[in-house]
Design a protein around this ligand. Structure first.
Ligand code: NAD
Length: 274
């Protein structure tokens, strides 16, 4: 293989080389899958999320060794706008830039409206919606300065349609789809894009917790919960994978997606086609 071809292949396999990314809620599930895909594409990664310090340190070392990129960790609690401000400031100070912001941190709680605990409403709105407002407003100055930025908001099919018993989650996810549109409009002339990904069910610890609680609530087996409850609305009857979401995020962060902004893209096996 000649040198020019080798260089082209290296650039194609690491399209985000030199970029700096931050993924909120990336110690688990979808966020971790996205962090892995960004690292594989050559971007430095700042991880964030809750978890056991030794496990997070192991994840950092593994990603860094496997993909040869810098992987750091910011412990910011997404319910604290001050902690978020400190995290963004530290990222820009240590890397001199922030190119790719993935707002992914999220929690779920399921209860009828009249019994919905007020503190759960507040926590879901803070983590699933307000944290993205804070990271975005604080990351934009560095992106504007570089005339480049990619913001990917992990919304949900519940950002497009509702389901009973998920008042806070559905409200927050519809909210983040709205925030995505406003961010896209305000940054469209600056080389910055902002898009929402709207997954249906993806098999992660967040969903695993729902399988158990629904099995208990309905007195049915896990298999029945998966097929008849969770995937009831998902026509392909299949969980999406964190790898699919990672690959999509890398695409949205790439030059090839420069003209895609303000969208809410379902990855839901046909759920929202109903
Ligand atoms: P998960 O529970 O595996 O991961 C959630 C992440 O958020 C973890 O890293 C956790 O530590 C972090 N987090 C939670 N509270 C936090 C806080 N206060 N501060 C900082 N980090 C915090 O869940 P997941 O399934 O990977 O979900 C990730 C995102 O994808 C969420 O926004 C969720 O709503 C969305 N989503 C998930 C599915 C699904 O089926 N799993 C479907 C659609 C959308």
């Amino acid at each position: 293989m000649n040198i020019q071809l080798k260089t082209q292949n290296a650039a194609a396999s690491r399209p985000l080389a030199g970029k700096v990314s931050l993924v909120t809620g990336s110690t688990s599930g979808i966020g971790l899958g996205i962090a892995r895909a960004l690292a594989q594409a050559g971007a430095a990664v700042v991880l964030n999320g809750l978890g056991v310090a030794t496990e997070i340190a192991r994840t950092r070392e593994q990603l860094s060794a496997e993909f040869g990129v810098e992987v750091s960790y910011a412990a910011a609690d997404m319910t604290s706008h001050q902690a978020i401000a400190d995290m963004i400031a530290a990222t820009v100070a240590s890397h001199g830039r922030l190119d790719i912001l993935v707002n992914n941190a999220g929690i779920q709680y399921v209860a009828p409206l009249e019994q919905f605990p007020v503190e759960k409403w507040d926590a879901i709105l803070a983590i699933n919606l307000s944290s993205a407002f804070h990271t975005t407003r604080l990351a934009l100055p560095a992106m504007r300065q570089n005339k480049f930025g990619r913001i990917v908001n992990i919304a949900s099919a519940h950002g497009l349609v509702g389901s009973p018993f998920k008042a806070a989650y559905v409200a927050a996810k519809h909210g983040i789809v709205g925030l995505t549109k406003v961010t896209a409009l305000e940054t469209a002339e600056c080389g910055i894009t902002c898009n929402a990904i709207c997954p249906g069910y993806v098999y992660t610890p967040l969903v695993e917790a729902q399988i158990d609680s629904q099995a208990k609530a309905h007195g049915i087996s896990r298999e029945k919960v998966i097929h008849d409850v969770l995937l009831a609305q998902q026509p392909n009857k299949h969980f999406a994978s964190v790898e699919e979401l990672g690959a999509l995020t890398v695409f949205l962060a790439s030059e090839a997606a420069a003209s895609i902004t303000g969208i809410a893209l379902p990855v839901d096996g046909g759920w929202t086609a109903h």
